[in-house]
Design a protein around this ligand. Structure first.
Ligand SMILES: *Cc1c(COP(=O)(O)O)cnc(C)c1O
Length: 454
């Protein structure tokens, strides 16, 4: 460790500060808080301008380098980044200077590939160096699981257990997890996503399971968060005129994605506004409007199923970034700078009918195919414009498309009457054989399951 290293503290403030590699391999802090960097490295204007037009991997390396100084030699880091980011990141113009960034060209056609591939390679790097093994335990509402399973598939030092709510993922999402096998075990839980998340969280604090060396690959892991800042820089670097700022609209569930954007902004990226679009799980937009944060239990089922979250796990980080403290239950014990938060971030809840209407309208008016999550993002931008008419012309804005439309074929067929073209990464899935276990929502059963098998 050198004096340049960034240390990581827990949002609950009751755990020791750790290095990046410790935070990465631990996941959740021992006091149930989330790791945050003590300071966010600044990238000077000159470097930010020099990113203009550069390829994705070059930009990712430049940002990563600032966070990982002293933790990993630059040659090794460059190799990890090149290996992780070997696919396209299309920016599709919709109308005027409003774009959709398609984060759906990775191996599981989900934006979660961006974080999972980088995190997997970083974990492998540090585990090998320390000669250790690890069991990754992850709850998923669909896309996290497949991205994690694919990113970790076949690695020697790492085994993976993924829990999904049995009725809340699409057949295709399920098959992206259940057809892998080897070091990847999949559990279909009779419950909701929040139940899966609760079991995982309990296992992490169970002393009887310490021997497993558990770690999370959920969006609570700092190793997922940092890579999710790279594509914000990329979008700006491809599209912005010199000195132009940019609006982002992010369809949000656990708020890991938007948190990456807030980090990019803190690093120096000229972000004019972060728009966060939730579905009908509107606890955060309500908090913005009323100042009262109240979790939604159980979470509501919406068409944008990966956003069915009644208490975003990264909310504590958002509050922390603005100087406040939120505990793991959602209680705010120290108020954040609400004024600044509202200035930077516009929060809006998009109903299911708005989502499906928007999905149809973007296709009919602009021939742009979205899916329910990306459509919520676009609807969020439109809502922002109608609330702020002076913003509505001439601004550069990018909506994040977080999954490939082909991952939701029934929905797209129903709404648009077409079959979205299948990306290469999803071809051939239907012929593969599935393998998974079913469990009740019961911690003791889950614990025995883990102890029997590992
Ligand atoms: C996970 C996911 C989201 C939500 O991302 P968060 O980082 O949890 O806010 C949105 N869309 C899709 C398709 C996802 O898989």
């Amino acid at each position: 460790m050198t004096s340049e290293n960034i240390w990581y503290h827990s949002t609950n403030g009751k755990a020791d500060r750790v290095s990046f590699s410790e935070a990465l391999l631990k996941g959740l802090a021992p006091d149930k808080g989330l790791y945050m960097p003590d300071h966010i490295p600044q990238i000077n204007d000159h470097i930010i301008r020099s990113l203009s037009g550069k390829p994705y991997a070059d930009i990712a390396f430049e940002i990563a380098r600032h966070f990982l100084r002293g933790e990993i030699p630059e040659n090794d880091l460059r190799h990890l980044v090149d290996d992780a980011y070997n696919f396209e990141v299309p920016l599709e113009k919709v109308v005027d200077r409003n774009y959709i960034m398609r984060l759906d060209q990775g191996p599981t056609a989900s934006f979660k590939d961006f974080a999972a591939r980088m995190m997997g390679r970083l974990m492998q790097y540090f585990l090998k160096k320390q000669n250790r093994n690890m069991l990754i335990l992850t709850a998923t509402s669909g896309d996290t699981g497949s991205a994690i399973a694919n990113a970790f598939y076949g690695l020697d030092n790492i085994r993976v257990v993924i829990l999904y709510p049995e009725n809340e993922v699409t057949p295709r999402q399920r098959k992206q997890m259940t057809t892998l096998r080897r070091n990847i075990k999949i559990i279909a839980l009779k419950g909701k996503f929040d139940d899966c998340q609760a079991l995982v969280k309990q296992a992490f604090t169970d002393p009887d399971l310490e021997y497993l060396n558990l770690s999370s690959a959920n969006s609570i892991n700092i190793g997922r968060l940092i890579p999710q800042s790279f594509y914000y820089f990329y979008a700006w670097a491809q599209l912005a005129r010199p000195d132009e700022d940019i609006i982002f609209s992010v369809p949000s569930g656990n708020f890991g994605n938007m948190m990456g954007g807030l980090i990019a902004r803190k690093m120096g990226l000229p972000v004019r506004k972060m728009i966060i679009a939730t579905n009908e799980n509107d606890e955060v937009p309500v908090y913005w409007r009323t100042g009262n944060y109240k979790t939604i239990v159980p979470s509501k089922n919406c068409v944008s199923s990966a956003m069915n979250v009644g208490h975003p796990s990264n909310m504590a980080r958002v509050v922390s970034l603005y100087g406040g403290v939120m505990d793991e239950k959602g209680n705010i014990t120290v108020e954040p700078d609400v004024k600044q938060m509202h200035k930077d971030i516009y929060a809006v809840s998009i109903s299911d009918s708005q989502t499906t209407e928007t999905l149809k309208a973007t296709y009919n008016r602009y021939q742009v195919i979205t899916e329910p999550h990306g459509a919520a993002g676009w609807a969020g931008l439109m809502q922002y414009y109608s609330d702020n008419p002076s913003e509505a012309t001439g601004r550069l804005a990018v909506c994040l498309e977080t999954a490939h439309p082909a991952k939701f074929p029934e929905e797209i067929r129903r709404l648009l009457g077409i079959d979205p073209p299948l990306p290469a990464s999803l071809e051939g899935l239907d012929e593969l054989e599935e393998s998974f276990d079913k469990l009740d929502h019961d911690y003791q059963h889950f614990k025995e399951y883990l102890k029997d098998r590992f």
